[in-house]
Design a protein around this ligand. Structure first.
Ligand code: CU
Length: 153
């Protein structure tokens, strides 16, 4: 009888656990726009704080007429990228990219979704767009990575 109950519990909880793993846990949604519809050279917002031990989904969209980069050089060593999804106009994923990424170029009226885990603390990491003279025109921002990992005290 007891074994039956255990088996039933296992039967019902296993799919939940594996489903959670498959999607890397619930991600915290953060939205940013690179550029504006009327062509302003800004990131909105341009100041970010990410907490270690959490899972983020950074949605970078470009509503402007020109392409923009979203570059944080330190992301190469400070975050773990789970994947980047290239999202089509209908909201469906067109491609998933894996591996270390610290620089993406987003074309006009396009969106990407960057799933990552902040791994290493960082203060005032520089966000910028290195297209032509966009940085000088104001396409800069800061990223802070704070907090401790659940397992490290
Ligand atoms: Cu730009």
């Amino acid at each position: 009888m007891r074994i039956t109950i255990y088996l039933m519990l296992l039967f019902f909880t296993l799919p939940l656990i594996s489903e959670e793993r498959k999607h890397g846990g619930k991600a915290i949604k953060v939205m940013v726009e690179a550029g504006t519809k009327d062509g302003k050279m800004i990131f909105t917002p341009n100041d970010f704080t990410f907490e270690r031990g959490k899972h983020y989904k950074l949605i970078i969209s470009n509503p402007s007429p020109s392409a923009h980069y979203f570059s944080v050089d330190e992301f190469a060593t400070h975050i773990y990228t789970r994947k980047i999804e290239v999202v089509g106009p209908n909201g469906k994923a067109l491609a998933e990219i894996y591996g270390d990424v610290h620089d993406v170029e987003v074309f006009p009226n396009s969106t990407i979704e960057w799933y990552f885990y902040p791994m290493k603390k960082g203060k005032n990491l520089k966000l910028y767009c290195h297209k032509e003279n966009h940085e000088e025109m104001g396409m800069v921002g800061t990223v802070n990575i704070i907090g401790s990992l659940p397992l490290s005290k």
